[in-house]
Design a protein around this ligand. Sequence first.
Ligand SMILES: [Fe+2]
Length: 488
Amino acid sequence: MSTLTTPRAAASATRPDVFTLGVASGDPTPDGVVLWTRLARDPHGRNGGMTEAAVDVDWQVADDERFTRVRAAGRTRTGPQDGYAVHVEVGGLPAGGTFFYRFGALGRLSRTGTTRTAPPPTALAPVDIAFASCANYEHGWFTAYRHLAQESPDLVLFLGDYLYEEAAGTYRAKSGNPRSYGDAEPTTVEGYRHRYALHHADPDLQAAHAAAPWITVFDDHEVQNNWAGDHPETPQRDFLARRAAAFRAWYENVPVRLPQRPRGSTIQCFRRLSWGATATFHMLDTRQYRDVQTSGPGAADPRRTITGGAQERWLVDGFRTSRARWDVLGQQVFFSQLDLVPGPPRGFNGDAWDGYPVERDRIVASWQRSRVRNAVVLSGDIHTHYVADIRADHDDPTSPVVGTELVSSSITSEGDGSDHSAEVAGALARNPHIRYGIARRGYLTARFTPERLQAAVRVVDRVSTPGAPVRTAATFTVADRTPGLQQA
Ligand SMILES: [Fe+2]
């Protein structure tokens, strides 16, 4: 009999907790979701303090928080080869539902998480999402994750830099580093696993995972800063072995499905999920197939790619066949043109889409050609909240607005930040299609309905000490079939 059928007996206080890393769910479809946990007695210990060759893990999904109406239940097994992680793909659930889930193992019961299934494919139900990126553990407290959890979104999109790979103390925020990894730069699967365990032990991150299903993609720091395709930024021995270790630990530590399990040094990260007919989320991998960065004149070579040919074809095909009210690109790096440098000559970030402008033009042209009803790009990476109109030609302020870009700052990266920065003021002055910016930590929320998109820029004023309140710095709307941001 499953330990979960007798939860009071299972929650024995005499046995050490093995659910110190929390629970999570992800990649919801109309009939199911993937559930995740990872066993550890000691998040900081070798193998998380686990020694068993194999552990049976029971799971339950119920309609109610007290688990009196259980929808689905089962048993799975994990062990050292999986880093003691568990992924359970639950099917057969009703569409558009809210469910509660938990795990039991080794005489202990996990906390309860909340998750949802997507509505039926034709439903025009509204969807509330929150999206975030860039959670540098050393740069601050994960206060923004706590506030994100309290918003109870339907869905969380995580757009990259779930963790950073630098050695303890080597990347310092201006407001100081209030925490330390206490370890060296990871290059092996054990090293990355240890870094993930440290993050998962954080109660604010645990709250954010327990609140809603996530759709997670990686950027560079889950492997190493600014890697591109098979190339590390700095030459090193056997980068592909390191990438394989990083991918394996990423898979073990995020709530993604079996197709996202890596095969050696390659991984299938890009994928598509829909929330009824309201929104389709095209989630991209802008690292694994990209050409090496350049911000010089060579960037305009039409053969250059940030997605790789296969992913570009998949994306354009997705736009062609989409019937969604809102087509949403969930991806890592700044999409619109962004001139970073005062006065001529202009200066661009070769690590963002500005390093691959011809491919960007092809993507935007495909929206027009496929008559995408509403195009929205969600981005992270830049550690500043930005809100932008995507124009057919960014150099021509009279050219039509064809889409919307919403850029989430960081959960913590670069520390406290400020409301007024010369860098943001300059970016807004030089790039009139960028409508708003603020160099604070936080996340964005977006509500998609058949009639409009409503976005809120949510900020915390400090991360160097815990407990900062959250506030809304700005809100914008975009009406259906009427591209162009309106500040509310
Ligand atoms: Fe980052």
